[in-house]
Design a protein around this ligand. Structure first.
Ligand SMILES: [Zn+2]
Length: 494
C-alpha cells in the first residue's frame, strides 16, 4: 500500500495557526525562531514534554492502556495529531494490519487439581482429556524420542534442544492430544510457538517444579482447555514533516506511540513520543531549514516493530528513491527512565560490538549527540547499537541511524551511578512493561536532558548533514538506491 507523502501547510498558514494557538510565541523571552542548537535546546522544555506525558497518562486513565489497535492508542494518536496541527503541520495516518494472539480462557487440571500454566503464543484452541505421558526422550525433539507414545495421551515434555513449535508439532505427529512443556530452569516458562501453524496441538507451559511433580504422576488424567484467538488488528503510524527544507535530504525522527497492554506506557514510550512531539512543535517556528525533518510515531512496536517495518517496506517496494532521500534516522524509545543512564546508541562500536551491520553515517549521527553532551559537560555512556527497536528496518536498508536511551531492564552499574546518580544493582526502569509505568515513573531530569539533546540534534541536522553524507544544503545526493529483496525481520524486543 502506498500512501502519499504528507505535505505541510504553507509558511503563511503556519504563522496564522501558530499565532492563534501557540501561547509560547507570546511569552516574553521565548525565542520565536529557534534556528540553532542552543536556541532549540532552550525552546524544548521539560515542562512542555511533561504536559504531553500527562495527556498520555490521562488517556491511559480513561482507556486502561495505549496498546496498538486499542481506543487508548487512537486517543494518543489524536492528541499527537491535534498538537501537530495546532503547530501548523499536516498529519498523515499510515494504516497497516498485524495479527494479535490472545488467550480468552484456559485451564490445566491434573487429577482434580488445577495447575498454574501459560498458554503458549499461537497455541490453537482445544479442550482435551487424556492420560499424562512423557515421551521416551523427555525433550521430544527427535522422532525416536516419541517411539511407543500412546496416541490420545497428553504429552509432558521438557524445555530444551529444540523450539517449542517443534515440540508441539512432534507431539501432534505422535498422536498426542495436547502438549505440556515444563521449564528446565527455575522460573515461569513464557513461551511462544513463534508463528501460527495448523499442525500444533494445544500447548501450555509450566514451571520446572510443576513439571517435576507431574513427572511422578504418569498416567494421571489431564484436561487441557484453551480458547485462543488470532485476529487481524488494524492500526497505524502517525507521520508529519516540515514544509521547509530539502526533500531529498530528509532528517527523520521516530518514537513508538503504542504501549504494552494493561499499562499506561509512559516511560515506554510516552517519553520518546512526547519528546519528539515537543521538538516538532518548536521546530515549526524556525524560519528557514536546509533539510526537511520528518517525524514518525510508530504503531505496534511492542507487537514486533511492525509499524516501522511497514513504513520501510512501503518505501522499499513502492518508492525506493525515497529511501535514498533519508539522510539519517534518529530513534527514541524510553528517554525518562527512573534509574536512568544518559545512553547514546553506540554506532561507532567504541564500547559494544553491534550484532547488526551498522550503516555508514551512523557513527557521525551518534557524534551529533555525543558532541552536544560533551559541549555542555553532560556525562553520557554508550548503549549497544542492537537493532532492537524501530531503527531496525531503517538500518536493514542502509539508512544511517542512532538514538538515545535511558535504559530498560538492564542493571545499573556502580560506575553509572557515579556518572548519573541512582541505584546500582537495580534495573534502569523497575516498572518496565508493567502497569506501574505511569507518569510517576518518569525521571524529569533525565527527560529534560534527553529532550534538549533531541532538540539540539534535530535542528543541527536540519541545517547540515555534511558530517553524515556530505550534504550541506542544495544539491542532490549520490547514494545508490537499494536493490534486491528486503532483508527479513529479526526478533524484536523493547
Ligand atoms: Zn519501547
Amino acid at each position: 500500500m502506498k500512501h502519499p507523502r504528507t505535505v505541510a501547510v504553507t509558511a503563511a498558514a503556519g504563522l496564522v495557526l501558530a499565532g492563534m494557538t501557540s501561547p509560547a510565541l507570546a511569552k516574553p523571552g521565548n525565542n520565536g525562531n529557534p534556528n540553532n542548537g542552543k536556541k532549540m535546546a532552550a525552546a524544548v522544555t521539560a515542562e512542555a514534554v511533561m504536559d504531553h506525558l500527562q495527556a498520555f497518562q490521562d488517556i491511559a486513565d480513561t482507556h486502561g492502556d495505549r496498546a496498538a489497535g486499542t481506543p487508548g492508542y487512537e486517543a494518543s494518536a489524536a492528541y499527537v495529531e491535534s498538537t501537530l496541527q495546532a503547530a501548523g503541520y499536516q498529519t498523515e495516518r499510515q494504516y497497516f494490519t498485524f495479527e494479535r494472539f490472545s488467550v480468552l480462557e484456559s485451564s490445566l487440571t491434573v487429577g482434580s487439581d488445577p495447575v498454574d500454566h501459560i498458554v503458549m503464543e499461537y497455541s490453537p484452541s482445544g479442550t482435551v482429556t487424556g492420560a499424562l505421558e512423557s515421551p521416551a526422550g523427555v525433550e521430544g525433539c527427535a522422532a525416536e524420542d516419541w517411539a511407543g507414545f500412546t496416541a490420545g495421551s497428553v504429552a509432558l515434555i521438557s524445555r530444551g534442544s529444540c523450539s517449542f513449535a517443534e515440540k508441539s508439532l512432534n507431539a501432534a505427529a505422535a498422536g498426542a492430544s495436547a502438549a505440556i512443556v515444563y521449564n528446565n530452569t527455575a522460573g515461569a516458562l513464557n513461551g511462544t510457538l513463534g508463528a501460527p501453524d495448523p499442525g500444533y496441538v494445544p500447548t501450555v507451559g509450566i514451571t520446572q517444579a510443576a513439571g517435576q511433580e507431574l513427572l511422578a504422576m504418569d498416567g494421571a488424567t489431564v484436561t487441557v482447555h484453551a480458547v485462543t484467538e488470532l485476529e487481524d488488528v488494524e492500526t497505524f503510524n502517525v507521520l508529519a514533516e516540515t514544509a521547509k527544507g530539502r526533500t531529498d535530504n530528509v532528517v527523520m525522527l521516530g518514537a513508538h506511540l503504542d504501549g504494552v497492554p494493561d499499562g499506561p506506557g509512559i516511560n515506554d514510550n510516552g517519553s520518546g513520543s512526547a519528546a519528539i512531539l515537543e521538538t516538532a512543535v518548536q521546530l515549526a517556528k524556525v524560519n528557514k531549514l536546509n533539510n526537511q525533518v520528518r517525524f514518525a510515531w510508530w504503531g505496534a512496536e511492542e507487537e514486533g516493530l511492525i509499524g516501522s517495518w511497514h513504513y520501510v517496506e512501503d518505501l522499499y517496494y513502492n518508492s525506493p528513491e525515497e529511501i535514498d532521500d533519508i539522510a539519517t534516522y534518529l530513534n527514541f524509545d524510553m528517554v525518562g527512565s527512573p534509574n536512568y543512564i544518559i545512553g547514546v546508541y553506540d554506532a561507532d562500536e567504541s564500547t559494544y560490538e553491534a550484532p547488526v551491520d551498522v550503516p555508514e553515517g551512523s557513527a557521525a549521527t551518534e557524534a551529533v549527540f555525543t558532541d552536544y553532551f560533551d559541549s555542555i559537560g553532560q556525562p553520557w555512556v554508550d548503549t549497544q547499537f542492537s537493532g532492537r527497536s524501530d531503527y531496525q528496518g531503517f538500518i536493514e536498508v542502509g539508512i544511517p541511524a542512532s538514538g538515545l536511551f535511558t535504559g530498560a531492564d538492564g542493571v545499573k552499574t556502580a560506575e553509572q551511578v557515579e556518572l548519573f546518580g541512582g541505584t546500582a544493582g537495580v534495573i534502569y526502569d523497575p516498572n518496565y512493561h508493567t502497569p506501574a509505568d505511569d507518569i510517576g515513573n518518569v525521571d524529569v531530569e533525565a527527560l529534560e536532558i534527553m529532550s534538549k539533546a533531541i532538540a539540539h540534534a534535530t535542528i543541527t541536522l536540519a541545517q547540515d548533514t555534511s558530517a553524515i553524507n556530505g550534504e550541506r544544503s542544495a544539491g542532490k545526493s549520490g547514494k545508490a538506491h537499494p536493490q534486491g529483496p528486503l532483508p527479513t525481520e529479526e526478533q524484536p524486543a523493547a
